[in-house]
Design a protein around this ligand. Structure first.
Ligand code: SF4
Ligand code: SF4
Ligand code: SF4
Ligand code: FES
Length: 887
């Protein structure tokens, strides 16, 4: 690397050529004031606050945009430099309104900080505030551009970091300001309300909208986002034990850096919702007129739960009890939860909310690669040579991941979107393929066949790391491509062009719920694995498989064995050696009976064979299909405990309610979709008498098993580290990665004979259209809500956005049905009906409609059949045949 030697403030400095003076100074502990500079943004040189002087040439230059040169003698604090900075700051302040006292930026305003450093009190200039109208029609962001210093950070953040392009400079000179196209409000622009511009803004020009004045937070704590599986690092601001503000933590080793999405930035106000549970509750139904939940002391609640569960166990046996845990709770809590089920009660009836997003289907990859596929840093995605996105709309489901994809596209990585809808990523894509629903599998097989036909496969990789290639290639050569074109509705030319583009490339595969929850999901994942092996992509830093995780700790919950078919460490329950290992560890006999998953639990409750459920942090009455059926099933239970943070629909049915703590109120760790284990500490105390969930579980387990509890989180972590080699980097501070333990040759070069087998090539059924239900409804999420929306719908800001969940249909269908934008329609499937307003969208294909989840109590789930997703014949939960009628 070429280096340059110079002096800054008399200090000899050697830095790589091309480094800016500002960076070189910072790297050597010399501070230069700046306003428009941010390490994640391209330097812009707008504010001139970073002016420095070269002693040799007497030139003044902006340190953020000037690269270092040999023998420069930079001075950062000469009287001339300071005088210039003072003049610039005075001019900025003279143009600024005098509202600092009530400005929410408070002491964090960088203009104020710089002015204070420069010793500016009075400006001694004519005060000429540049007033602009306040913009606050949306519930998330207030724009008070009277305070704008035209640093351009918001615009650069919007363009460079989140790649949206909602704002840009408008007008010139005194009138200039960042604005949307046609100067509409943000709510009528392409803005996604990610808030990245807000946390970048050095002044109070952009701020978070609050329903009441909250002032500057007393303190800030870094933690991990409680919503999706990307696992962004948040800086949580708090005052009086309440979270008042959330910003990105701006850490260079975090997955999100300076960005967040609308949920992470703005929806955490749900933490202060009036629906928070603050005391243990017990059902008082002593008389017919009275049936209510009333407060009870912690000790009494725990004794009651322990006694009732042990009674039910001894009366009906361990299989009469089920434990539904949470993909939102920490690794430590998930570990304890499944251990209570398996060790104290003796049942494998344990699952978590990850079930609803088809989590168990990861099994295909896990089994085939011995878990090797799992370590996937998102920073590698930009190194891939092509990105194939199947059934995923990351702009809505995992927005921060979408920033990586859009940036990769900007850098020239070809993106292929395979989706029935024209998602927002399509405008960044080189190819957009719209196979008929359920036929992704056929498309992937065909792509593999075309690549094979062109002899475009990685023979060396295949020889070294895979087996079964001869059978696989035979299946590919026998594939009837004409049938594939007919079934998928795609033409030969587009598939051939795609195969041509992919030739010789290492591919990153992004797989979403459109595959995980869909009919043929398991086989489709198998075909993706095949394509990744054929192209030699899996296990390389330029390729890999990224499976979206809807919830923040969906991955960790599964790793901790909070699923019926896997013991901790994702070891199969039906593997006797694995069972023996855990039996030795826990000193108990583990039941070999396959446990019930989430839907099977409901079916067992319906039949009456399940007598009790312990539900922690999940809301089956909102996240499962056919709410009424679920409600009736839960009502049949003899005993139901709900441990949660919100008074959810399910909590309201419970016999005992135990108030848990949200992520921001406790310690623990989450594992994100990259395989990064992130530990965190509480930002505030739990409200009222609520307690961290691990503490509740520990106390309860000790009571039920009549043993001592762990008492500290560290003791639980020690056990996890000891028993789970993949989690040896789990610590109480900072982050680690899951430790690869795959014995497959691809991931462990000592094991030359342990090869990955290709998945069998499977084809789909060709079925005729169902004329009674002529449309197909696709169920999906909007970026404002997460999953079923239990938490996000209690966010005042999200509520304030007034999402009505309009159903999108094609203009062609709109014309046929004689409906226009805003008309109310009834959408009915075999299982239920929803009534909503309609929106005509050309992004939707005729015959299909898009029904957003989470709104109206997540009534979209009523359209779906409550069928076990693990059943290979399950039609899936992603789409359903429906009919449509104007209401
Ligand atoms: S709104 Fe804030 S970030 Fe944007 S240009 Fe103005 S001062 Fe800079
Ligand atoms: S909130 Fe996000 S999308 Fe909207 S303007 Fe700011 S950076 Fe762009
Ligand atoms: S992308 Fe996911 S983890 Fe990141 S801020 Fe948004 S919801 Fe939170
Ligand atoms: S920080 Fe260098 S010009 Fe603004």
């Amino acid at each position: 690397m070429e280096t340059v030697t110079l002096t800054i403030d008399g200090k000899k400095i050697i830095s790589p050529a091309g480094t800016s003076i500002l960076k070189a100074a910072q790297q050597h502990g010399i501070k230069i004031p700046h306003l428009c500079y941010h390490p994640d943004l391209k330097p812009y040189g707008a504010c001139r606050m970073c002016l420095v002087e070269d002693e040799k040439t007497a030139r003044l230059m902006a340190a953020c945009v000037t690269p270092i040169a040999a023998d420069m003698m930079i001075q950062t604090t000469t009287p001339r430099v300071v005088n210039h900075r003072r003049n610039i700051a005075r001019l900025m302040i003279a143009e600024h309104p005098e509202s600092c006292i009530v400005c929410s930026k408070g002491n964090r305003c960088q203009l104020r900080q710089v002015a204070a450093q420069l010793g500016i009190g009075e400006t001694h200039l004519y005060h000429l505030p540049n007033y602009k109208p306040l913009e606050q029609a949306n519930p998330f962001i207030i724009r008070d551009l009277s305070k704008c210093i035209l640093c351009g950070k918001c615009i650069r953040a919007d363009h460079e970091l989140v790649v949206v392009g909602a704002i840009d400079y408008n007008h010139r000179g005194f009138l200039s300001r960042p604005a949307t196209a046609h100067e509409t409000g943000l709510e009528r622009s392409s803005c996604t309300f990610c808030g990245t511009c807000v946390s970048m803004c050095p002044t109070g020009a952009l701020s978070t909208k609050n329903s009441r004045y909250v002032g500057s937070p007393d303190r800030e704590t870094n933690t991990i986002c409680g919503f999706c599986g990307v696992g962004c690092t948040l800086a949580v601001g708090a005052s009086n034990e309440k979270v008042t503000e959330v910003n990105p933590a701006h850490l260079s080793d975090s997955v999100n850096g300076a960005t967040l999405c609308v949920r992470g930035h703005f929806a955490h106000d749900f933490l202060n919702s009036g629906d928070r549970l603050i005391s243990p509750l017990v059902r008082n139904n002593a008389s017919e007129e009275k049936d209510e939940l009333v407060p009870i002391a912690w000790e009494n609640a725990l004794v009651l739960v322990s006694q009732r569960l042990m009674e039910i166990k001894s009366k009906y046996g361990p299989q009469s009890i089920a434990f539904l845990g949470s993909s939102k709770c920490t690794n430590e809590e998930n570990y304890l939860f499944q251990k209570i089920a398996r060790v104290v009660i003796g049942t494998n009836n344990v699952d978590n909310g990850g079930y609803t997003s088809g989590q168990f289907r990861y099994n295909v990859f896990d089994v085939k690669t011995d878990g090797g596929f799992r370590l996937n840093p998102l920073s590698d995605i930009q190194k891939s040579e092509a990105i194939l996105i199947f059934g995923a709309d990351p702009n809505h489901s995992v927005p921060v991941l979408s920033y990586y994809l859009k940036k990769a596209a900007r850098q020239g990585v070809p993106i292929v979107v395979v989706d029935p809808r024209k998602t927002e990523l399509v405008k960044f894509a080189s190819f957009w393929l719209r196979p008929r629903l359920y036929t992704d599998l056929e498309l992937i097989n065909a792509l593999a066949a075309l690549l094979h036909e062109r002899q475009s496969y990685d023979s060396k990789y295949i020889d070294n790391y895979t087996e079964g290639f001869s059978i696989f290639r035979y299946s590919l050569t026998s594939l009837d491509l004409e049938r594939v074109y007919r079934v998928t509705g795609l033409d030969r030319q587009s598939l051939t062009e795609l195969a041509e583009m992919l030739e010789g490339k290492k591919i990153a595969f992004v797989v979403g719920h459109g595959i995980l929850q869909q009919k043929y999901g398991m086989h489709t994942l198998g075909s993706i694995l095949n394509l990744s092996l054929l192209t030699g992509s899996l296990g390389t830093s330029a390729g890999g498989i990224y499976v979206l995780a809807r919830e923040n700790n969906q991955i960790g919950a599964m790793d901790m064995g909070n699923v019926p078919h896997l013991l901790p460490g994702r070891q199969p329950l039906d593997d006797e050696i694995a069972r023996k290992k855990w039996e030795k560890m826990w000193q108990v006999k583990i039941s070999p009976d396959p446990g019930l998953n989430m839907v099977r639990m409901i079916e067992a409750a319906e039949k009456g064979s399940l007598k009790a459920m312990y539900i922690m942090g999940e809301n089956p009455l909102r996240c499962l299909p056919q709410t009424e059926r679920v409600q009736k099933a839960l009502a049949k239970l003899e005993f139901m405990v709900v441990q949660d943070i919100l008074n959810s629909e399910t909590a309201q049915m419970a016999d005992v309610v135990l108030p848990g703590a949200a992520f921001s109120e406790k310690q623990g760790s989450f594992t994100n979709l990259e395989g990064k284990i992130q530990s965190f500490h509480p930002a505030v105390a739990p409200p009222g008498n609520a307690r961290p969930d691990w503490e509740i579980l520990d106390l309860l387990a000790a009571k039920m098993a009549q043993t001592e509890g762990y008492e500290t989180l560290e003791k639980i972590r020690m056990e996890i580290r000891k028993c789970l080699p993949t989690y040896k980097q789990l610590n109480g501070h900072g982050q680690g990665w899951i430790t690869p333990t795959s014995q497959k040759a691809l991931f462990d070069h000592q094991n030359k004979d342990n090869l990955i087998t290709f998945y069998p090539v499977v084809t789909t059924d060709e079925k005729s259209e169902d004329t009674k239900y002529p449309f197909t409804a696709i169920i999906g999420s909007l970026r404002y809500h997460l999953g079923s929306g239990t938490r996000t719908s209690t966010s005042e800001r999200v509520q304030g956005f007034d999402l009505c969940g309009a159903i999108d249909i094609s203009p062609e269908d709109g014309a046929k049905l004689k409906v226009k934008d805003g008309d109310s329609v009834k959408v009915s499937s075999q299982f239920g009906t929803v009534q909503r307003a309609i929106r005509l969208k050309k992004e939707i294909r005729p015959g299909e409609l898009f029904v957003p989840m989470a709104v109206n109590g997540n009534d979209a789930m009523n359209l779906i059949d409550l069928r076990d997703l693990a059943d290979p014949k399950s039609p899936g939960w992603k789409s359903v045949r429906v009919k449509l009628k104007k209401a």
